[in-house]
Each structure stands twice: as C-alpha cells, then as structure tokens.
Design a protein around this ligand. Structure first.
Ligand code: DLZ
Length: 163
C-alpha cells in the first residue's frame, strides 16, 4: 500500500524507531582515542536505549579513520544479517594535507559502501579544526555525535526495512 507523508512534522527528530529487530556493527578509529571512545560510548548507549540487543551489536576497532571504509565493507560482506554499520572517527586538522585526504576518502568511501550494499553506513566522523571542537562534539557542549550517528542508523535501518 502506498504511504504518504502528510507534513514536515513527519520528519520529527523525536521519533526514533525501536531497534529490537535490528543488528548493527560499530567501527571505531583508534586515532584520537579519547574522543572516539566517547563517540563509541554514546553510540552504544543510544542503540541499547532504543531497544537494540547487546548481542546484536558487533564492535570493532580500526587504526585510523581512513580504515573505516574497509572495515564497513568487510563487516557487511562477512555478516550478511547486519542492518547497518556506524563508523566513528575523529580527524583533527594538522599542518599538512593529510586531513583533507582522510576526510575526503572516508566520506566518499563509506558512501560507496552504503550504496553498494543498500544499507546504512553512517558517517560519525568528526572533522575539526582543533581538539576543543572535537571535545565539544564528543559529549561536550555540542552534544555527542556518536548518539546522533546511532539515531541516524536506527532511522535508516527502519527505512530500509519498511520502504
Ligand atoms: C595519519 C593520520 C593523521 C595524521 N591524522 C589522523 C587523524 O586526525 N584522525 C584519524 O582518525 N586518523 C589519522 N591518521 C591515520 C589515518 O586515518 C590512517 O590510519 C593512516 O593513514 C594509515 O592508513
């Protein structure tokens, strides 16, 4: 049966699907571990809070954000029952072009993996000018982007399951 969205409030940020039927992987980068650890804790707590079983959350660590793309691809190839992968990292601007290469590569890479598998692969990577901006977004004054990544995963998994 066709469904219609009635108005913009259908996109309410407060409506988070229950995750009881879903299985997710979280891939987290070890670079800037004090930041990515907070992102990970936020994502994990949010999934559990919204009904995802601890048994249905597969967590892996990768050396740096650049490796998140390969990790997402490996996870989705090896675990066909996953409903999505949450990629968490933190890239802080330095004096060289490394920042730009890593940010571009991981953003484009995980986009391609998601399209290939038709499953949500969530970009939970902070790309900041300095350490303080990262702290502010990993449980600080701008919230925890790990929580937001988990909520996005739940919403997109629901979309994939119901559309
Ligand atoms: C090499 C590097 C640098 C300079 N900075 C970061 C960073 O800020 N955040 C991050 O997650 N990773 C960084 N890396 C490591 C790369 O992501 C990657 O692990 C290496 O280039 C090896 O492929």
């Amino acid at each position: 049966m066709a469904t219609q969205l009635k108005n913009l409030s259908d996109f309410s940020h407060t409506t988070v699907p229950n995750g009881g039927a879903f299985k997710f992987a979280i891939a987290v980068a070890e670079w800037n571990a004090e930041i990515t650890g907070s992102l990970y804790n936020g994502a994990l707590e949010t999934l559990l809070k919204h009904g995802v079983s601890a048994d249905n959350i597969l967590s892996v660590a990768v050396p740096g954000s650049f490796e998140l793309t390969a990790a997402a691809e490996i996870l989705l190839q090896k675990h066909k029952d996953l409903d999505g992968v949450i990629c968490l990292g933190c890239v802080i601007q330095g004096d060289t072009k490394h920042f730009d290469f890593i940010c571009d590569a991981v953003a484009n890479g995980i986009t391609q993996v998601g399209i290939k598998h038709a499953k949500p692969v969530i970009f939970g990577v902070l790309t900041t000018n300095d350490q303080q901006q990262a702290i502010d977004r990993a449980g600080g004054k701008h919230g925890n982007k790990g929580d937001e990544a988990a909520i996005t995963a739940l919403k997109m998994a629901e979309l994939a399951a119901t559309v």
